[in-house]
Write a protein that binds this ligand. Sequence first.
Ligand code: SAH
Length: 347
Amino acid sequence: MNTEKIIEKLYENAEASRGELEFLIDGRNEETAQKLSALARRRALENFGNKIYVRGLIEISSFCKNDCLYCGIRRSNGKAQRYRLTKDEILECCREGYGLGFRTFVLQGGEDAFFTDDVTAGIVASIRAGFPDCAITLSLGERSRESYEKLFRAGANRYLLRHETATPEHYAKLHPKELSLENRMECLRALKEIGFQTGCGFMVGSPFQTTADIVNDLMFIKSFSPQMVGIGPFIPHHDTPFADKPAGAAELTVFLLSVVRLMNPKVLLPATTALGTIEDGGRERGVLAGCNVVMPNLSPLSVRKKYMLYDNKLSTGEEAAEARAALERRMEKIGYRVVTERGDYKD
Ligand code: SAH
């Protein structure tokens, strides 16, 4: 096998075999990473020009009934600071975000029983009425098909639900036994069928992850054909069972972002907060490797430090929605422009 050929084939045909992907990942070096990144960037420029779409991230609740071993807001973390936003607070975030030029609001949170279907649909409907030209994205975990349908009817357009890992045995090492990959996948299928622009994704360097697991993730993404893909490095949180596990590498994350861009040319691909957290300039590096979205934090300042999924998570400074002008300058420096558009998926 020849790495150059694999990369060229990825660029030409948007596909590679399992064996080729494994070879590409395990055999990567500075030179192949450069070549891959350059082609992924070219592909993004062909499809989106030098536009960067922005999403305002509103973290609506740090309560969670789940106990994912990697996550700082897991149920068992007695030290986590819990909060939930009211509908008025969420609408206020949207108002502020609208003024800053955001036309997509992402409501993310733990699986908090307070946000029943009626409560959540009520919030979505109010945002829909108040901001008719905006996209509403939800990232609220696993719910029933009926629940997803209600939220869609209330006016939500997109849903982010990372599959976390496409290997069942690996999934079982990262999650308590009540949670299964099967159900996660069932949710993803339902979301797509209902008509949501749907996002899946995974953490890079999560504990016990092998190259074969990563290849499974890449193959799953290709076959599921999502409209969005979220990929960031795993970062340990000190009050979780994975406190002592090493963080995923920025280098591998960026490499995989490029592979995902080439395999899924039109996908909306954020340079994530986690990437910006483990490396200074990580988001720029992501953009230069084929990302076309960034998701600054629009949560009220008073709660930002409480939504701690992992240690040192950025929520102010560069990561803050208020810093939009600074973000624009950073993107301009590398030849990109932040735009005020909904940035929907286009086939
Ligand atoms: N409850 C929602 C939102 C989860 S938080 C859901 O289940 O989808 C959003 C994402 O953050 C998760 O899907 C996970 O991939 C990521 N995340 C959680 N803990 C993390 C950690 N320690 N390091 C990096 N990413 C993490």
